[in-house]
Design a protein around this ligand. Structure first.
Ligand SMILES: *Cc1c(COP(=O)(O)O)cnc(C)c1O
Length: 376
């Protein structure tokens, strides 16, 4: 008997929505014939560390050799930096790979994975792609509600994804709240704590994740080189967790998951504390300016612990994003994430943020009147 190929693919995979990335600058420039700025994917607008660029260039001449599939040099550096053993670290093809491996290692049909609504779409996708049931907990306002997540744990739950600070809402929870949650989480549940934006957080009581890792064996910390380190295009990230979990990841991953170029660039980026400091400081100043600029035209952004701002615009949001795009300003409409009235704007360089604010100044007043009508 002959089957259409789609029929051979499990229904839970066929039904998956694709991740919608930010539009590339070149594509928008060609299509709309404008000079574009991209404030859509939370990259570091200052560029990579110059030390990382140098290291990557030098490594290119060794590109005929396979990389160290175990990323030993980078893992030793990470272990020293975080006060853990090398076997408690795992280097991955971006944090995306760890999010994926966690679901593949722990979930299957009949089991459950939990995350929050209004959070990072790859968590939901990973849970569903493993055939498990996706359980979404509500938020408290725009912030993860760990109590609501704890209440949804069952004997079938194996995995919880937490983004802290969260993408796309930009909020964070604190150390004590997470400590208590981990104390309540059943020992058969792996808690994945994704700290992609940690460097940008101003909150004083952010979780001391390494300390919680020592205290609770079921915590997996995920970090990336894609944000403050400015290496999103090289695809590299890492995890810190129990060796028993990470050794399963080593069995599952492709043999050479990260390139030699990415590995040496990551090592150099870790040493460039000045680049990190400058990136965080610039972001802090520019983030404040973006939020104030939005406020001046009557839009209230959610207070942000990240390198982006989240703002509710009401039903006009998709049209506002479209008009920004026509003016060459790429932001992220969030309708595909179930937030049709919201947009996320990455903090760019000063002149890029100026372009966004100038364009919003032209676009928003006409829509503001319509929103008021809709809210009556
Ligand atoms: C950007 C981002 C990452 C980074 O993903 P990579 O695969 O490391 O580029 C991870 N988690 C969240 C929540 C993010 O927003």
């Amino acid at each position: 008997m002959k089957h259409a190929i789609e029929e051979l693919i499990p229904g839970y995979i066929r039904g998956l929505p694709a991740y919608v990335p930010g539009r590339p600058v070149e594509e928008v420039e060609r299509e709309l014939n404008v000079r574009a700025v991209k404030l859509a994917s939370n990259e570091n607008p200052m560029g990579p560390s110059p030390l990382a660029i140098e290291a990557a260039k030098r490594a290119l001449s060794d590109a005929n050799w396979y990389p160290d599939g175990g990323s030993k040099a980078l893992r030793e550096k990470l272990a020293a930096r975080h006060g853990v053993k090398p076997e408690e670290t795992f280097v991955a093809l971006g944090s995306s790979e760890i999010i994926d491996l966690a679901a593949r290692a722990l979930l299957r049909p009949g089991l459950e994975g939990i995350t929050s609504e209004k959070s990072y779409a790859p968590y939901s996708l990973a849970i569903r792609a493993a055939g498990a049931e996706l359980v979404l907990a509500p938020m408290r306002g725009y912030t993860y509600d760990l109590t609501a997540i704890a209440r949804r744990m069952t004997p079938r739950t194996r995995l919880v994804y937490l983004a802290n600070p969260n993408n796309p809402t930009g909020t964070a929870f604190g150390h004590d709240e997470l400590d208590q949650f981990l104390g309540e989480a059943l020992p058969h549940i792996l808690v994945v704590l994704d700290e992609a934006y940690l460097h940008y957080a101003d909150r004083k009581d952010m979780p001391r994740a390494e300390e919680l890792h020592r205290k609770h064996g079921n915590l997996l910390i995920v970090r990336t080189f894609s944000k403050v380190y400015g290496l999103a295009g090289l695809r590299i990230g890492y995890g810190i967790g129990a060796p028993e979990v990470l050794s399963v990841f080593r069995q599952l991953k492709t043999p050479f998951n990260t390139s030699v170029v990415a590995q040496v660039a990551a090592i150099a980026a870790l040493d460039d504390t000045e680049h990190v400091r400058r990136s965080v400081e610039t972001n802090r100043v520019e983030r404040r300016r973006l939020i104030a600029g939005l406020e001046r035209i009557g839009l209230q952004a959610v207070p942000s612990e990240t390198n982006f701002v989240f703002v509710e615009m009401g039903p006009e949001a998709p049209r506002v994003c479209e008009e920004l795009l026509r003016r060459g300003v790429i932001v992220r409409p969030l309708g595909w994430m179930g937030l049709p009235g919201a947009a996320r704007i990455s903090v760019g360089r000063p002149e890029e943020n100026d372009r966004f604010l100038a364009a919003m100044g032209e676009i928003w007043p006409a829509h503001a009147a319509k929103r008021e009508l809709a809210e009556r």
